[in-house]
Design a protein around this ligand. Sequence first.
Ligand code: MG
Length: 392
Amino acid sequence: MRPARGVAVLGSTGSVGRNALDVIARFPDRFRVSALCAGKNAEELSAQARRFRPPVVCLSEERHGSRLGRLPRGTRVVFGEEGMSEVACSGETDIVLAAAAGVTSIRPVIAAARAGKRIALANKELLVMAGKFLVGAARAGGGGILPVDSEHSAVFQAIEGHRKQDISRIILTASGGPFRNRTFRQMRNATVGEALGHPTWRMGAKISVDSATLMNKGFEVIEAMWLFDLPPDRIDVLIHPQSIVHSMVEYRDGSLIAQLGVPDMRIPVGYALSYPERLPLELPRLLPHRMVSWVFEPPDRKSFPALALAYAAAEAGGTAPATLNAANEVAVAAFLAGRIRFTDIVRVAEALMAAWRRGGRPATLKDVLRADAEAREEATRIISRMRRPHKP
Ligand code: MG
């Protein structure tokens, strides 16, 4: 039997990170934790370190280090982007689970991909922002990018063993989020609590809000473009509130091949770690004879303008997706802080996209990061001029 593979978990205290650690804990003969990286949740990182005993842990900033408390003997602490790069590229690491929030992990993940590590990719923002560079690095390194996002894992599974030229289109499914049957106007006074109430998946705050605006689905279209090398006009979205069919691939003979499963992130996380094997996960099974009805319907593009914005950014290419991503991230943070309305999130994104100039293609990652920083500044300026919503 081959030795256990080392997994560096970037974003170990987030929702995907915890699911990954659950999978790793079930299969100690297959996986060991080579590093744990968190943002500022030092307490949980420390508890995880005591359980998994990795050689190294990483926090975003040194000032959070004092809260780490007691670490197992032999566990080092590193910090920041540099620390994350070190653990992602280390000889101990075979697989990098990229689930850290935000853009700070972009350089470490690209470096790891170039070094030939397998990238189990959960942080779709990395492909949205810098798909060209991440895909290029993975191609050069040869370790591959395995999708953790449930829809893309489904597509990946439905594509295996098929020829790319036989694919006519990809259909990404979307639960529709908590506001599925609302109009744009009816979402105006949506509260943070309502926006976080995702019907089928339990996730972090940022992605839950993105699911409520459908920006998440828009980003997933861009993610699919990069992962499967298809233009946006061959990637469609269908609302499927049951979240059982995780996505489908249509072939030119008219066949649709889909992947189905209970909505549990441990399935796509496990597959990204263990591919091409499948892990005996022993989760609750999907029972076809218990399924009552499935609904598939086209998204309401008027009520959810984020979707069209993402398609436009995908078509425009260059730094447009990075600009959209940055604007959205700033706006979602402002919404979560009670600073703007739910419907202002897409307004901010629209304003940034309207101002985006079709410039040269980004030649380097630096160009992308500059566009990201400029978009964040501009989004912050726009938000500062918006009227604060009244407390309900
Ligand atoms: Mg998804």
